[in-house]
Design a protein around this ligand. Structure first.
Ligand SMILES: Cc1ncc(COP(=O)(O)O)c(C=O)c1O
Length: 442
């Protein structure tokens, strides 16, 4: 057999440098490698395996559905699809709304915009006023419109947002506030104000939607609590739909089913997009959840879109099993409790290691550690988005010792499966403590 490094084109990698181990199995928060080693997964792979690896409920549900019916297109009905749509509408309180199923996060975001543009009669996005406002330092996926919406260094070089009718505003990055504030709550309010000002400058009638990650994102931003409710209020006042990109933040990652629920009804978006934790990543599935109002506008006209695999029965069966697992194993609450504990353990590390400038997150099992060259000036260790060499060395050594940490630039992103054992979490933080001391001595 050819080696994978000689046959597969790997995402976000220099092909000549790709040399990752092969995973052959897993259980709970651990992955099993082909050489027999066990690795503790501190990132849920791509922040998606919220239920850990090989969750028995998911495996059983997929097996059962495969025996009954593997596939039928969206032109016909499928029981698990209908059941999952109902469960999502109930869980999110979007009664009277509808669900459009996709295959993943990027196409969910593409479709949320497509749907918002069709439902508001601003179909094309350029010229006829279907402008979408998105944020710098955001990630919405790697298809072309999703890249245009992302404020991400990796995607920015490939697309011109103007060509897709996309405008960007600064993010609520409280530690390095683009509005110059040193107060997190104020920074959140200023970032929400910036969206309102942009809508007003463009004219609300020309804006189809605002799309934003409500809480946490893979670019390491954790929005201050003041941000989302203010954004909701500004957009509602102007009659502009708000799309919550919950692809990463939902299903317990931020301590709620959906991160906006942290703010109750004051945080309810008009549309939200889901993927990743929707099936615990056991099968690819994404979704756009529409409010009653948005859905009503599409009720009597042709929906101008489709995907062969919209609402694939196998994936929907996995989604239903995932929802049952989150609920019956109380994993959302568990994430909230363990996330708070993780945050306080990381804050203790911050006291011991001068290289840690900021620690944020912890609403659920998602936390960011930002490394700096100087704590007072907040000078970054390496210019964004470069990863400093000692951080790369730290991650390599952690892997050699059986723990996988995710990094982005100067950031360590901690997002383990919600089923991680407390002992495992404590061991991972203790290892991080030792490795920070070794690779970043005072
Ligand atoms: C917030 C957010 N939106 C969208 C995406 C894209 O999802 P996918 O890779 O499934 O297309 C991601 C992936 O990391 C994400 O974090």
């Amino acid at each position: 057999m050819m080696a994978e490094r000689d046959s597969v084109l790997h995402s976000w990698s220099v092909q000549a440098d790709w040399d990752a181990p092969t995973v052959v199995g897993g259980e709970g928060a651990r992955l099993r490698l082909a050489d027999g080693r066990q690795i503790l997964d501190m990132s849920s792979l791509a922040e998606c395996s919220n239920l850990g690896h090989q969750h028995p409920r998911l495996v059983a549900a997929i097996r059962e559905q495969a025996q009954r019916l593997c596939f039928v297109t969206n032109a016909w009905g499928a029981t698990p699809r209908a059941e999952l749509a109902q469960a999502l509408l109930e869980r999110s309180g979007f009664e009277g709304g509808r669900v459009f199923f996709t295959l993943a996060g990027a196409d969910a975001n593409e479709h949320a915009v497509k749907i918002a543009r069709q439902a508001s009669g601003k179909l094309r996005g350029t010229g006829d006023g279907g402008i979408v406002i998105a944020r710098d330092r955001s990630y919405h996926g790697a298809t072309h419109l999703a890249m245009a919406m992302s404020g991400d260094t990796r995607t920015r070089v490939q697309v011109d947002p103007d060509a897709f009718g996309v405008e960007h505003v600064p993010p609520p990055y409280a530690y390095r506030c683009p509005f110059g504030s040193r107060d997190a709550a104020q920074c959140g309010e200023l970032a929400a104000d910036a969206v309102a000002q942009r809508i007003d400058a463009l004219g609300a009638g020309r804006v189809a939607a605002v799309i934003v990650e409500p809480n946490a994102g893979s670019n390491g931003i954790v929005a201050p609590d003041s941000y989302w409710p203010a954004l909701r209020e500004h957009t509602a006042q102007r009659g502009v739909w708000l799309i919550a990109d919950e692809v990463m933040s939902a299903f317990g990652r931020c301590g709620e089913w959906f991160a906006w629920q942290r703010h109750g009804e004051a945080g309810r978006p008009d549309l939200m997009t889901l993927a990743k934790g929707l099936t615990g990543a056991a099968l690819p599935l994404g979704a756009v959840v529409l409010s009653r109002d948005v859905a009503a506008r599409l009720q009597h006209e042709t929906l101008y879109t489709g995907l062969t695999y919209c609402g694939h029965p196998l994936a929907c069966a996995a989604g239903l099993a995932a929802l049952q697992a989150y609920e019956e194993e109380s994993l959302i609450e568990r994430s909230r409790t363990l996330g708070a504990a993780l945050l306080s353990q990381l804050q203790q590390l911050q006291q011991r290691h001068a290289v840690i400038g900021d620690v944020r997150g912890g609403h659920g099992l998602f936390a960011v550690v930002e490394l700096v060259a100087d704590r007072n000036s907040r000078e970054p260790l390496a210019p964004w988005p470069q990863t400093p060499a000692p951080l790369k060395a730290l991650v390599d050594e952690a892997m050699a010792q059986g723990v996988s940490f995710a990094t982005r630039g100067n950031l360590i992103l901690l997002a383990p499966p919600l089923v991680i054992e407390e002992r495992e979490l404590a061991d991972a933080v203790a290892l991080l403590d030792r490795l920070l001391a070794r690779h970043f001595p005072h």
